[in-house]
Design a protein around this ligand. Structure first.
Ligand SMILES: [Zn+2]
Length: 64
């Protein structure tokens, strides 16, 4: 699969289609890590539809 932002190839099996570079750029390392963990856990529980995960709807914490 490819990153939705930069279209670079993502090689691991994360549930978000966003590469580390873009994720950290958008949310910051700490927030991106938390989001990845949350979405991966949700996927593991089979209650996440990929189309429901719109990166633009995630609040930009700490950047008021
Ligand atoms: Zn990217």
């Amino acid at each position: 699969m490819r990153c939705v932002y930069c279209k670079s190839e993502i090689h691991d099996n994360r549930s978000m289609e966003i590469c580390d570079r873009c994720g950290v750029n958008v949310w910051g390392a700490k927030m991106f890590s938390a989001i990845r963990q949350a979405t991966d856990e949700a996927r593991d529980n089979n209650d996440l539809c990929r189309t429901n995960m719109n990166p633009e709807e995630v609040p930009n914490v700490g950047k008021s």
